[in-house]
Ligand binder design. Structure first.
Ligand SMILES: [Zn+2]
Ligand SMILES: [Zn+2]
Length: 313
């Protein structure tokens, strides 16, 4: 017997209701798609007048923000991306160069002053706990005054720092598994990449590293690899203007990755999408997207995105 229109509609309605219910209860699935927003894409600590902001990457998993690195400007960039600072929940630091942690304390402070309802968990290499303690000490007068004068909560209780000194699992919750891989960023020994395995998407953030084959293993099969990149002709133009040119060039060559090697890593890892970020030099507007990506493309045949601040992937 052919169903009547009414029966058909009823069946369609009950299907959509049960589907909605399944989506609401989770049923092993998360409710919102995982998003990546590049907050700051310029490598290095120098603050530019215009152009790219200092390094930070936001991953939203089930609408919960995970902030990877806190270069100068991170609070502002979060707000511009539409993330209220009182939503801050997880922070990850790849290593302790200041372009990755300068705003760590200030970001936590800004979340506190915005009336943070939740707890912040921060993860990173040794030194993280002391850095937060030192920041609270640096702002002791202000914080004590506001607690006394404005009746604010004690921010020391808002945050837990979790240090680790080797590769492995960093955090597991209902939405995501997050692991760390030690990368090569001399002279620092403690420098890490992070991998986020959410239910709908896997994402790897390289942190700062020179060519590191172990990163290709770590990023194997990821949907998105966000990798740092350095452009040699741009470096040479940059160091010509600086008094510490020789030492700086040596550091950059030993500690960062040229486009060809980024392409090799992405190809070895067989990722679907490669996002270039942490550009060195990051404030030379004469370097085109094509120049950033042409060396990469020699080795990697997948999708290449030349990152920009506030770009969503
Ligand atoms: Zn850096
Ligand atoms: Zn670095």
């Amino acid at each position: 017997m052919k169903p009547t229109r009414r029966q058909f509609l009823t069946a369609a309605t009950s299907f959509s209701i049960s589907y909605a219910l399944l989506a609401r209860v989770g049923f092993g699935q998360q409710k919102k798609p995982t998003r990546i927003i590049l907050l700051g894409t310029k490598g290095g600590p120098r603050v530019g007048e215009t152009g790219r902001s200092n390094p930070s990457t936001l991953i939203l998993i089930n609408d919960v923000p995970y902030v990877v690195d806190c270069g100068y400007g991170t609070s502002k960039q979060l707000l511009t991306a539409g993330i209220a600072l009182n939503r801050l929940r997880y922070i990850f630091i790849t290593h302790h160069h200041s372009d990755h942690n300068l705003e760590l304390g200030a970001l936590v402070y800004n979340a506190w002053i915005t009336g943070l309802p939740a707890h912040i968990d921060a993860y990173g290499p040794p030194g993280l706990t002391q850095m937060i303690r030192d920041f609270f000490n640096y702002q002791k007068f202000d914080i004590d005054t506001r607690i006394e004068d404005e009746g604010r909560s004690d921010p020391h209780n808002l945050m837990t720092s979790h240090e680790f000194d080797k590769a492995g699992m960093v955090l597991t919750n209902d939405d995501v598994k997050i692991s760390a891989c030690m990368v090569r960023h001399p002279p620092m020994k403690q420098a890490y990449a992070y991998r986020f395995d959410a239910k709908d998407r896997s994402i790897v953030i390289s942190g700062d590293t020179t060519y590191a084959p172990e990163l290709a293993d770590f990023a194997k099969g990821a949907d998105v690899l966000v990798h740092e990149v350095m452009y040699l002709p741009g470096i040479d133009a940059l160091v010509r203007r600086l008094p510490n040119a020789k030492r700086l060039r040596e550091h950059l060559m030993a500690a960062h990755t040229l486009p060809e090697d980024v392409g090799r890593i992405a190809a070895q890892a067989n990722v679907k999408t490669l996002v270039l970020s942490h550009f060195v030099p990051g404030d030379d507007a004469s370097i085109t997207d094509e120049q950033w990506s042409e060396g990469v493309r020699k080795y990697f045949k997948g999708r290449i995105v030349v990152g920009k601040d506030l770009m969503e992937i």
